[in-house]
Design a protein around this ligand. Structure first.
Ligand SMILES: [Zn+2]
Length: 79
């Protein structure tokens, strides 16, 4: 069984710098984003080449999702 990493048509893998993690939101996520300006937790992450826009797969890994979510400052925090 072949275990080569998936590449886009440019030959880039997920780890290449031109392949970025693009958060994809649910419809509700988009509503939050556009109406309230808050960054919702992405539904999933798509690895996409910035050159050819080809997707190299997606992930729902909670750790990856959390990394893409802007955490609001906890209440009561003073700077
Ligand atoms: Zn590409």
């Amino acid at each position: 069984m072949e275990r080569r990493e998936r590449t886009c048509r440019c030959g880039y893998t997920r780890s290449h710098e031109m392949v970025v993690e693009e958060p994809e939101y649910t419809l509700w996520g988009w509503i939050l984003l556009s109406m309230f300006g808050v960054t919702p937790k992405p539904d999933h992450i798509v690895y996409r080449c910035q050159i050819c826009r080809q997707s190299l797969g997606s992930t729902r890994n909670p750790a990856v999702l959390a990394r893409r979510t802007v955490q609001p400052a906890p209440p009561g925090t003073k700077s």
